[in-house]
Design a binder for this molecule. Structure first.
Ligand code: SF4
Ligand code: SF4
Length: 63
């Protein structure tokens, strides 16, 4: 399985990741920053979030 981590300190709230994740597990929290809002184990490891985020917030690792 894959584990996605987000450096929220670098997030500017553009929401591009939430729109792009094909698993639909990324979303925006009330503080205006992205987080895993769905089931983390549904991550497919596609790294679309890594490619989409303009601020290099994402790291995806196989665990
Ligand atoms: S690696 Fe793919 S499935 Fe996993 S959170 Fe990123 S965009 Fe979504
Ligand atoms: S794409 Fe990056 S900067 Fe934009 S909301 Fe997602 S984590 Fe934040």
């Amino acid at each position: 399985m894959f584990m996605v981590t987000i450096d929220r300190d670098k997030c500017d709230g553009c929401a591009a990741c939430a729109d792009a994740c094909p698993a639909g597990i990324l979303g925006m929290l009330d503080d205006g920053k992205a987080d895993v809002t769905g089931e983390a184990y549904d991550c497919m490891g596609c790294e679309t979030c890594v490619a989409t985020c303009p601020n290099e917030c994402y790291t995806v690792t196989e665990v």
